[in-house]
Design a protein around this ligand. Structure first.
Ligand SMILES: [Zn+2]
Length: 122
């Protein structure tokens, strides 16, 4: 027997408030430091997380909570492409991606502008 049931798409309140924007701005500042720390293995025993990595974790958790994202969804910092990564559920990725685009826009990052801009001919 087939079923005619459909999954109901509820409109999700994805309001990005000023706190979210501030948290995202902070994440973009801390993320390069985190990458540098991974190279130094600051997060492996016996070392403990440095202040930057600790703050990044706290800020990411807070932002996820405010946006209603789940821990199993793609991290906002990795939602930098319109194409979902192979392991992601497309619909869940699309939600994270839409938030990422809105957050980037809110802090003045515009990917399209980068692509459209061309260096003036010398
Ligand atoms: Zn660190």
């Amino acid at each position: 027997m087939t079923t005619n049931r459909h999954r109901i798409k509820r409109p999700r309140s994805t309001s990005i408030n000023p706190e979210c924007v501030g948290l995202w701005r902070r994440i973009t500042q801390l993320w390069p430091k985190r990458l540098a720390c991974q190279l130094k293995s600051c997060d492996f025993p016996p070392n403990e997380y440095c202040a930057d990595c600790t703050e990044l974790g706290e800020v990411e958790t807070r932002l996820q909570h405010l946006l209603g994202l789940h821990t199993w969804q793609t991290d906002l910092v990795f939602a930098d492409d319109d194409e979902p990564p192979p392991h992601a559920v497309p619909a869940e990725y699309a939600q994270v991606r839409a938030l990422r685009v809105a957050l980037d826009k809110a802090i003045g990052i515009n990917e399209d502008a980068d692509e459209a801009e061309e260096l003036p001919a010398q």
